[in-house]
Design a binder for this molecule. Structure first.
Ligand SMILES: Nc1ncnc2c1ncn2[C@@H]1O[C@H](COP(=O)(O)OP(=O)(O)OP(=O)(O)O)[C@@H](O)[C@H]1O
Length: 244
């Protein structure tokens, strides 16, 4: 997948400008940057879910098909088998009235995949018993795992993960990131992982782009960005990661 020249303005305010990056099958790319840099907005634009009043420009290239990022209908058609999302607040993204198993079955049927709900649960480290649970019966970490199972059940080409570990403790964060990366690599799914925490992604994403105020201020191999941060925003993130 390649994103070319993504721009987004709302009411004359430029929120994203000339954002470009590419990612291959089974690769992992981090989108880093401080709060308000535009990380989540990039994902929303790719999914055709930018705010109603937003003017979005640029193109998405996938499977040799060029889709204008202004074309919400075409982007909606890519959701599921093309691009799937693991949101920041997984618990809130689940249907409170239906069991985990029912939600998994629905996604499998909707996207006509060969996924089996039981297998999907096992793959994210949850026992079969979780199929009978309602979202309010899940911990934060378990809800994130269910959200990952739902996203992978679509058998997407690209998985977009928006700070999926934000609300978890340190141990659960590390486990979830590891699970994300292993599952995506095993299924040859491209992973775009949004985070403001460089330390959290350094072991799993070989490449990154750094956003600040809607623009890409640095990009390349994470090890190189760590060793020689090219500009102040990356340097501040590296310093924070070193402090621990
Ligand atoms: N619906 C909207 N209307 C107007 N501005 C918006 C809207 N949604 C987001 N923005 C603005 O877009 C900018 C980028 O927001 P975004 O949520 O993408 O940041 P982020 O990098 O993901 O931050 P965080 O790490 O805090 O989640 C912010 O200035 C935000 O105020």
């Amino acid at each position: 997948m390649r994103v070319d020249d993504l721009g987004c303005t709302i009411a004359g305010r430029t929120l994203l400008e000339a954002v470009s990056f590419s990612i291959g099958e089974g690769e992992a790319l981090a989108i880093l940057g401080p709060s308000g840099a535009g990380k989540s907005l990039v994902l929303r634009c790719l999914l055709g879910l930018a705010p109603e009043q937003a003017k979005v420009t640029g193109t998405l290239l996938r499977d040799e098909r060029r889709v204008p990022l202004a074309d919400r209908r075409a982007l909606a058609g890519l959701r599921g088998r093309g691009l799937a999302l693991v949101p920041q607040a997984a618990a809130a993204s689940l249907d409170p009235m239906r069991t985990v198993g029912a939600q998994l079955r629905e996604v499998c049927a909707l996207h006509a995949t060969d996924s089996r709900p039981r297998e999907r649960l096992a793959e994210v480290g949850l026992s079969q018993e979780f199929a009978l649970r309602y979202p309010h019966e899940l911990s934060g970490g378990q809800a994130q795992r269910v959200a990952l199972a739902l996203a992978l059940a679509c058998r997407p080409a690209v998985l977009l993960a928006d700070e999926p570990m934000a609300s978890l403790d340190c141990v659960s964060q590390a486990e979830l990131v590891e699970l994300l990366v292993t599952r995506c690599a095993a299924e040859r799914v491209a992973l775009v992982l949004v985070s403001h925490d460089l330390a959290r992604v350094v072991r799993c994403c070989p490449r990154a782009i750094v956003l600040d105020r809607g623009r890409v201020v640095a990009s390349g191999a994470l090890t190189e960005l760590l060793a020689t941060p090219p500009e102040p925003i990356t340097a501040a993130m590296v310093a924070a990661a070193r402090r621990g």
